[in-house]
Design a protein around this ligand. Structure first.
Ligand SMILES: [Fe+2]
Length: 241
C-alpha cells in the first residue's frame, strides 16, 4: 500500500479529524468503481508527494512551510464551514502555493538577507510560474487559481495582477493569512521568529487592507494556543530526509 509522506495530516486535537490533501479513500476499494476511484486518488497523492519532495530538494524550509500553510488553511476553511470539496481545493492550493519557486534561482531563493528590488521582481514571478505548471493538471486546475493569487491584497495593492476584494479567489484570501502566520512565526535567514500573538496582531492590523476582514474574523476566533499547538504538531512530524 502506498504510504504518503506529505499529503496526510492525521487527527489532531487542534485540527480535528485527519485530512488527506490528495484523495479521500482510507479503507480500500469495495467495488470495481470504487477501486478505480481509489487508484485515481492514490495517483493524486503520489503527484502531490512528488511536488512536496521536489520543493524540499530545492529548499527544505519551503517544503515544510508548505505543509504548515496547508494545515493552517484547512483549519480556517473548516472554521468558516466551507464544504469538504472547497476545503480540499484550498488545502491543495496551500500545499503547492510556492511550487513556482522551483524556477527561482538559488541565489535569490536562499539569499540570507533582504532582497534588492530586482531580486524581488524575480521572486514575485513564482505566482505566475506556479500557475503555468499547474493549470493543465486537471485535479489541480482550481488550486492553480489560488496559487496565482496568493500574494494579492484585499485592497488591490498586491501582485501579480492587483486583484481586489472578491476578485481574489476565497482560497487565496485564506492562504494569504495562513502564509503570513507561518512566515512571522518562522526562523527566516534575515529575521528571528516571532510569537503567534505577534502574528495575530499583525494580521488583525492588516484586516481590510492586506486581508479579507471575514477571513481575519474566522482566523481571530481561534485562540493563540491552538495555532501554536498546530504549528508544533506539524513541526514534529517526520519528514523525508
Ligand atoms: Fe509565495
Amino acid at each position: 500500500m502506498y504510504f504518503s509522506k506529505w499529503v496526510y495530516i492525521g487527527y489532531s486535537d487542534y485540527l480535528g479529524p485527519g485530512f488527506r490533501i490528495g484523495g479521500n479513500m482510507e479503507n480500500g476499494p469495495r467495488t470495481d468503481q470504487l477501486g478505480q476511484a481509489a487508484t485515481l486518488e492514490r495517483s493524486h497523492d503520489i503527484c502531490l508527494d512528488f511536488m512536496g519532495d521536489a520543493l524540499t530538494l530545492k529548499d527544505t524550509e519551503t517544503g515544510v512551510h508548505s505543509k504548515r500553510v496547508s494545515t493552517f488553511a484547512i483549519k480556517i476553511a473548516r472554521d468558516m464551514r466551507l464544504s469538504a470539496e472547497q476545503t480540499k481545493t484550498i488545502a491543495r492550493g496551500a500545499f503547492v502555493h510556492d511550487i513556482g519557486k522551483l524556477a527561482t534561482p538559488d541565489a535569490i531563493l536562499l539569499k540570507p538577507a533582504v532582497l534588492s528590488a530586482d531580486e524581488t521582481a524575480v521572486m514575485r514571478q513564482h505566482c505566475a510560474r506556479g500557475f503555468e505548471i499547474l493549470q493543465n493538471v486537471p485535479f489541480l486546475a482550481e488550486a492553480a487559481d489560488i496559487v496565482y493569487a496568493h500574494h494579492e491584497r484585499y485592497d488591490g495593492n498586491g501582485y501579480p495582477r492587483g486583484l481586489q476584494g472578491e476578485e481574489i479567489p476565497l482560497g487565496a484570501r485564506i492562504v494569504a493569512i495562513a502564509n503570513t502566520l507561518d512566515a512571522i512565526t518562522s526562523d527566516l535567514p534575515y529575521r528571528s521568529p516571532q510569537s503567534v500573538e505577534a502574528a495575530r496582531k499583525e494580521i488583525r492590523r492588516c484586516s481590510g487592507t492586506q486581508f479579507d476582514p471575514n477571513v481575519v474574523e474566522a482566523f481571530m476566533a481561534t485562540p493563540e494556543h491552538i495555532w501554536a499547538g498546530l504549528r508544533r504538531e506539524i513541526g514534529n512530524l517526520a519528514y523525508p530526509g
